[in-house]
Design a protein around this ligand. Sequence first.
Ligand code: SAM
Length: 286
Amino acid sequence: MSSRWITETLHEKEGFITSYRADKVLYEENTGQQQLVIFDNSLFGRMMTLDGATQVAERDEFVYHEMMTHVPILAHGSAKKVLIIGGGDGGILRETTRHKSVEKITMVEIDPAVTDFCKTHLPMVSAGAFDDPRLDLVFEDGTIFVAQSKEQYDVIIVDSTDPIGPGAVLFEESFYRNAKARLAPGGVIVTQNGVPFLQAAELKSTMDKFRRLFTCAHCYLASIPTYVGGPMAMGWGTDDEFLTAVTVETLRHRLATAGFQTRYYTPEVHKAAFALPRYVQDCFPV
Ligand code: SAM
C-alpha cells in the first residue's frame, strides 16, 4: 500500500514545501476554525498540522516549549501569574506548570477541538498539565480576551499559529497594545514569530510594533527541526530593561531554585539566544 505524505504548505506560494510520510493518520478534520491533522511519522513521532502548518512534533517540541516558557519566566524571576494565548497542544502549559512559584495560569485558546484532540492523541505534549489546579482554561479569541480582561500578568506567552486563519489577528498592533495593558509592571510578553530566514516580514512587522509599544523590543532564537528554514524567532517586549540584562549567574540560581531538569534550555543558551545574526538584526526598524 503506498504511503500517504502530509505536506506543509506554509511556504507553498514561495515555491517551498516539506512533506512527512504519515505512517498513520489518527485524526483529520475541519474543526470549524481550522483544518487539523494528527499523524505519526517515523522520524519525528506524532505530529500535528493546522491549516497546513506544522504545529508540534513529538520528537522536537521540547526545544520550542522550553525556550518560549523558561526564558521569560526565569528572566522575570518572580512571576506569579502567566497568560498563555493559543497553545492548544498544551506544551507551553506543561512547561509553565513546572514553575511551582507560578500561582495562576490563564490559557486562552480559540479552538476547543485542538485542546480536545491533543489531550487524546498527543497526551505526551501536555503530560497531564490540563489537570493543574492553577489553570483557568478559556476558549475565546485571544484578541477579545486581552481587550476585555482586567487581569494583569507577569508573563504573557503568545503561542499562536502563523499569521494565517484565526492566528492572523494575533500579529496586529491592537492585539499587542491590549496585551501590553494586561502586563503587570515589570512584565514581559513573548511571541511566536516564525523563521526569519523565510518569514522576515512577520518578524519585522512585530518588531516595528513592539518598538512603538515597549522600551525593550527584541527577539531571541532557537532552532526547531520541524519549523523548517533555520532558527525561529521569539519576540520579546518589556518596559523593564533589567529582564533582558539578567545575568547567567542569576539564571543559574533561579533554575536551580525552580528545581527541574530541562532538555534544551540552559542559562547559557538563554543568554546566547539573544545574540542575533546580522540578517535577523536587519529585521529591526533602524
Ligand atoms: N508552536 C506552534 C507554532 O509555533 O506554530 C503553535 C502551536 S499551538 C497549536 C497554536 C494555537 O493557536 C492553536 O491551538 C490555535 O487554535 C491557536 N490560535 C490561533 N488563533 C488564535 C486566536 N486568535 N486566539 C487564541 N488562540 C488562537
